[in-house]
Unconditional design. Structure first.
Length: 270
């Protein structure tokens, strides 16, 4: 089962998130038929989305992360909402490489103008790039250990540990957090051995109140929503597409689903 644990540690001066997203990544592998490299990168980004979605406050909140790598390395996009419905896709031509380019994050609180932040990709590690994003774009000192272990086309362990310093955090607790993070240099191996439950028990047993959440791979598209997308094209344009292509076709990248609307479908809609 996918899990997200959240708590405050070290005198409540450090925010802790521990994630186990193995099933979520396996769902993504099945939906998108991913190779090992793409599964590792997309799985790590989906875990990042689960972490950031778990930080949303508004019931209508949402977050998206887009990686546009340099050259021919490709593109990946993931998103999540307050219900921790997580989804994403990756350009199949890139084999999961992150090579230069930018990470863009859009946070929607459901009420006001979305916050948009970006940072340059500094390496091929999703953890390293997420830390760079928080430092450069949100000015929050963040330690990230996120990874996905793929074997024979299947995810055997995915998730991570994220710590963020709260305002006024003492040097002593900064040092303690840094020291504890050293235990998760190979976080996928630790997750494979202990799972999120074991990590909380073995490394954070003295944590204050712990909140438990359950992320899942779930797209928010539906045929009804796609109808709302195509209707504004208007009668003439829709019939022109049908005449040229046989049907109006819309593809959802997040869940790899095709929606087709025949002339009869369009007649009913209009």
């Amino acid at each position: 089962m996918n899990k997200l644990y959240k708590s405050l540690i070290f005198d409540r001066q450090v925010s802790l998130s521990v994630l186990e997203t193995t099933e979520l990544v396996n769902d993504a592998i099945k939906i998108h038929n991913l190779d090992c490299g793409s599964a590792k990168t997309l799985g790590s980004l989906l875990t990042c989305a689960a972490f950031m979605a778990g930080c949303l406050k508004s019931d209508r909140g949402a977050v998206s992360l887009t990686v546009k790598a340099g050259g021919n390395a490709g593109t990946a996009s993931v998103s999540g909402d307050k219900d921790l419905h997580i989804r994403g896709y990756i350009d199949g031509s890139c084999s999961g490489r992150i090579d230069g380019g930018y990470l863009t994050v859009v946070k929607e609180d459901g009420f006001f103008r979305p916050f948009v932040g970006a940072s340059e990709l500094t390496g091929d590690s999703v953890s390293e790039n997420l830390m760079q994003y928080f430092h450069a774009s949100e000015q929050i000192e963040t330690a990230v250990a996120i990874d996905a272990k793929i074997e024979n086309g299947r995810c055997v362990a995915a998730g991570g540990v994220v710590m963020q310093l709260m305002p006024g955090c003492s040097q002593e607790n900064m040092d303690a957090a840094e020291e504890r993070m050293q235990s998760f240099v190979n976080v996928a191996e630790v997750l494979e051995r202990l799972g999120a439950d074991g990590i909380m028990r073995e490394y954070f047993g003295a944590a204050d109140t712990v909140y438990e959440y359950f992320p899942e791979y779930k797209c928010n598209c539906s045929r009804k929503k796609i109808e709302g997308v195509i209707i504004p094209l208007g009668k003439a344009e829709l019939y022109k597409i049908i005449e040229e292509q046989g049907a109006v076709s819309v593809h959802c990248h997040y869940c790899n689903t095709d929606y087709k609307f025949t002339r009869g479908d369009v007649d009913k809609l209009l």
